[in-house]
Design a protein around this ligand. Sequence first.
Ligand code: SF4
Ligand code: FES
Length: 247
Amino acid sequence: MNLTLKIWRQADATSAGAMHTYPLEGVSEDMSFLEMLDLLNEKLVTHGEEPVAFDSDCREGICGMCSLMINGQAHGPEVTTTCQLHMRSFSDGDTITIEPWRADPFPVVKDLIVDRSAFDRIIQNGGYISANTGSAPEANSVPAPRDKAMRAFNVATCIGCGACVAACPNGSASLFLGAKITHLGELPQGQPERYSRVSTMVAQHDHEGFGGCTNIGECAAACPKEIPLDVISQLNKDLRTAIKQGH
Ligand code: SF4
Ligand code: FES
């Protein structure tokens, strides 16, 4: 198929950016979205032009590196990561607009790459869990009820991609934060630091400049791992308890 791509180009964090238009021919519907961009970059390099910078690593939907706003939707029209999106979701003759995540705490590094280290700092501020070091304990020595273990597992699938932030009109990272709080808060191993953890992580979230949640729900709609909106309720409940306990 033949496409017209409108892509955000920005030389570095301090330069002004702009949309650039590129026609691209010979795209197979079996290509992933990133393979389509690889094809564009091959053509740009062949013509002596600067390739488009974009993030990727695993290309299997597990690392969270790929992060593109495609036609105004985080990760594009399917509930999946950009690397798992395939060109069969588009049609011959389409114009596709490709932008980086737009959020103040995710500054553009170059073209489509943003700096998401704010997420790392939120995780770092969560600190540690009290667990003995040494060889792995026998799995059944710390029983966890099945429903709690399943919920912890489901929210642990958050890959930290940042689509929830990009989709949110407030630029809130509440879905990401709620996933991390719920993951450890459901398990016995996460209990000793449960409330101090929520307090320090929320403080870092706000310090980074992420906005507040106003229950719009775009985050959950955009999330490639289908993290449910109710993790934000869990986050607020745990924060209320943390405040009562003086954390
Ligand atoms: S909650 Fe979903 S959208 Fe947000 S960072 Fe995690 S996987 Fe990505
Ligand atoms: S490149 Fe790893 S999730 Fe897309």
